[in-house]
Design a protein around this ligand. Structure first.
Ligand SMILES: [Zn+2]
Length: 84
């Protein structure tokens, strides 16, 4: 499974120290509130469903089964059961 972090930055260019809250608006946007310690202020990033769609990383080219088995073994080792 591919993963891409959402890029959050303050106007000053600093990456946030803390994500304060993630929420959803009635007009179907996702909103992330975060804190910039350099500016000592709360900022937010709002994304529509369409923008979220555009942010997904490309689908994996068929992952090989060995790595899936490794993933399952790892998850089990930290106590997460994998339903198949
Ligand atoms: Zn800042």
């Amino acid at each position: 499974m591919g993963y891409k972090a959402m890029q959050l930055a303050c106007y000053c260019g600093q990456a946030p120290d803390r994500i304060l809250e993630v929420g959803f608006t009635s007009d179907r946007n996702m909103v992330v509130h975060f804190w910039c310690s350099t500016c000592s202020r709360v900022l937010f990033k709002s994304q529509s469903l369409e923008e979220c769609e555009g942010a997904f990383p490309p689908a994996d080219v068929e992952a090989d089964t060995r790595s899936k088995a490794d993933d399952a073994r790892f998850l089990q080792s930290i106590g997460i059961a994998v339903a198949d």
